[in-house]
Design a protein around this ligand. Structure first.
Ligand SMILES: NC(=O)c1ccc[n+]([C@@H]2O[C@H](COP(=O)([O-])OP(=O)(O)OC[C@H]3O[C@@H](n4cnc5c(N)ncnc54)[C@H](OP(=O)(O)O)[C@@H]3O)[C@@H](O)[C@H]2O)c1
Length: 270
């Protein structure tokens, strides 16, 4: 059943190596979960991986595993929820020798909290916007000229709920993921005209540290980080605009037709 909903997607390793030969890849959120799995999947390509996250010790572990596979990685610790740190990182990356060819915007943080438990917590809405929206915007504003010069690619790790019905308790996360998704969709065609490809990957549940606090998710079917890494490798090769699970269309149709009864039912639940 799990394999039906989340089949393993193979990719051509030789094509990936060819695509990334001599390239530099910025990977945010490389210390855990999807980012960690992607760093390992990209290691054999010998692309230069720039690994960004807060936990430097964990990034160094990932770097060692990349290097053990013959890859090349540089660790760039940064708290992407801090505007001054993002600004310093953006300046460093804009001046990176030989430039950056591929940006994988993957760092993210989710918060599940009722609005009634959030009344004194404006900072929840600020920190999700800082990390999930302003940080990638600020980095890309600095990197777009280089990406145009190198005919590069931007891959955004988005969430499937951005395309479906927003669930209660996820206002901070959902709004911030939707904000960046909309931003990239707006600038995508302009970038494409200048030779920069953009890809949005809409993920269902993925079994990572992020979903651990939500009890209800423990027994729900979920993708594994290495499956998502394979999906991102396919996106690097094929450079399509969007990647969604095969069942997105029926799910979107249901979201369109059932919005009113669904929201009415949620409003009556205790
Ligand atoms: N898991 C899911 O079900 C799911 C579903 C849809 C979409 N996604 C998206 O997938 C992406 C990766 O999430 P994941 O599931 O792999 O979660 P994860 O295992 O918690 O990894 C999140 C990554 O983001 C980094 N990060 C968090 N806060 C940061 C900050 N302030 N500054 C810099 N880096 C920060 C973390 O590193 P440090 O803690 O070391 O900073 C870590 O490397 C996210 O964008 C998420 O929205 C996940």
């Amino acid at each position: 059943m799990k394999l039906l909903f989340f089949p393993f997607l193979h990719y051509n390793r030789a094509e990936l190596r060819q695509r990334l030969a001599g390239k530099t890849v910025l990977l945010t959120g490389a210390s855990y979960g999807i980012g960690e799995a992607l760093a390992e999947a990209l290691a054999p390509t010998q692309a230069h991986l720039l690994l960004v996250a807060r936990t430097e010790a964990k990034l160094r572990e990932v770097q060692q595993r990349v290097e053990a596979q013959g890859g090349v990685a540089t660790v760039l610790p940064c708290n992407l929820a801090q505007r001054d740190q993002v600004q310093a990182l953006a300046a460093q990356l804009a001046a990176w020798p030989n430039g950056i060819d591929l940006v994988v915007n993957n760092a993210g943080h989710s918060i599940r909290r009722s609005i009634f438990a959030s009344l004194e917590r404006m900072h929840d809405f600020e920190r999700t916007m800082e990390l999930n929206y302003y940080a990638p915007v600020q980095l890309l504003l600095a990197l777009i000229p280089g990406l145009v010069a190198r005919q590069g690619q931007i891959i955004n790790i988005s969430a499937i709920n951005v395309l479906l019905l927003p669930p209660p308790h996820w206002a901070a996360y959902q709004a911030s993921k939707t904000a960046f998704d909309q931003w990239l969709r707006c600038v995508g065609p302009e970038l494409q005209r200048r030779g920069v490809k953009t890809s949005s990957i809409y993920l269902p549940l993925v079994r990572t540290r992020m979903i651990l606090p939500t009890k209800a998710y423990r027994h729900m079917p979920a993708m594994q980080p290495h499956q998502v890494a394979a999906l991102i490798c396919r996106a690097i090769i094929a450079q399509r605009r969007t990647y969604t699970p095969w069942w997105i269309l029926p799910a979107q149709l249901a979201a369109l037709l059932l919005r009113e009864p669904w929201e009415a039912w949620l409003g009556r639940r205790r």
